[in-house]
Write a protein of this length. Structure first.
Length: 276
């Protein structure tokens, strides 16, 4: 019996290291979710990919990716802000092309030149740099922002196009930025651990000749554990054509997302995270 248990452990460990595009977050990178509980199926698209975002052989956050819309559904991470340089290099996810490609995010250049992958092949499964060229009124909006991380590698990991959506330029540099940089600092006072999920609701418009969806809304939810084991939560949502962010309870955001996605009741966090 013991050897069977040991065999299961060994096999599971081998499988954990095998792939960046994984079968479920519960078994591969659950540490980025409060009580190791990812959102339920209410957000899942038709053609999803579960990505444990890996850079330099380490997991930094988790992303549910929509292969058809070529945008992330959400990114989940632990809030650990710190000062530092903003990276300039953009990366893609090799394992969206296929499981034989590298487990860690890479530059397009690396895939083209070292692995002889064509740009067309990369572009079939995800957005590429060219999709975000010559945008008007939109720019590359991080779901998991680099400023919420405290060292260069963790910030670099956020610069994958699987963590990016076409975001309204004024919103990205205005009210959304204020929420990321100011409201989050205020709201996390006294928190020992803050679990964050940031998402995008697919819209009716596209960039790059219909290749990449422009979300209709962006949203963010946080669940924070305080010193005395008190748990608090908050949430926001923004329309992706207005420079405004609306503050909500977690329950209000889940109900709003249930309506917007239309795939059944949405649950973002474990039930111990307060909805009121």
């Amino acid at each position: 019996m013991l050897w069977l248990l040991l065999l299961q452990v060994v096999v599971s460990c081998l499988w954990l290291g095998h792939s960046e595009v994984v079968k479920s977050f519960e078994t591969s990178c659950p540490q980025f979710f409060f009580r190791e509980t990812p959102p339920n199926e209410g957000l899942e698209p038709q053609n999803p990919a579960w990505i444990c975002q890996r850079y330099k052989n380490q997991y930094y956050f988790a992303t549910l990716y929509d292969r058809k819309m070529r945008i992330p559904v959400y990114s989940a991470y632990i809030y650990q802000p710190g000062p530092g340089k903003r990276p300039k290099t953009w990366l893609v996810e090799p394992q969206l092309i296929g499981p034989t490609y590298p487990k860690t995010m890479e530059k397009e250049w690396t895939l083209l030149n070292r692995y002889n992958v064509s740009l067309e092949k990369i572009s079939q499964s995800q957005a590429i740099l060219h999709d975000y060229k010559n945008l008007t009124g939109l720019n590359r909006g991080h779901l998991n922002p680099n400023g919420h991380h405290d060292d260069y590698s963790s910030r670099m990991a956020t610069f994958t196009l699987t963590n990016i959506v076409p975001q309204d330029e004024k919103l990205n540099g205005g009210a959304w930025n204020n929420y990321e940089q100011q409201t989050m600092i205020r709201n996390t006072q006294g928190c020992t651990n803050t679990y964050v999920i940031v998402g995008a609701v697919p819209g009716n418009n596209y960039i790059a000749k219909g290749r990449v969806n422009k979300p209709s809304h962006l949203w963010s939810a946080a669940c924070c554990v305080m010193d005395n084991n008190y748990i608090k939560a908050w949430a926001v949502i923004a329309e992706n054509d207005k420079n405004q962010v609306q503050l909500l309870t977690l329950g209000e955001l889940e109900d709003t997302l249930t309506e917007l996605y239309g795939r059944g009741q949405v649950s973002l966090f474990d039930s111990d995270c307060p909805r009121e």
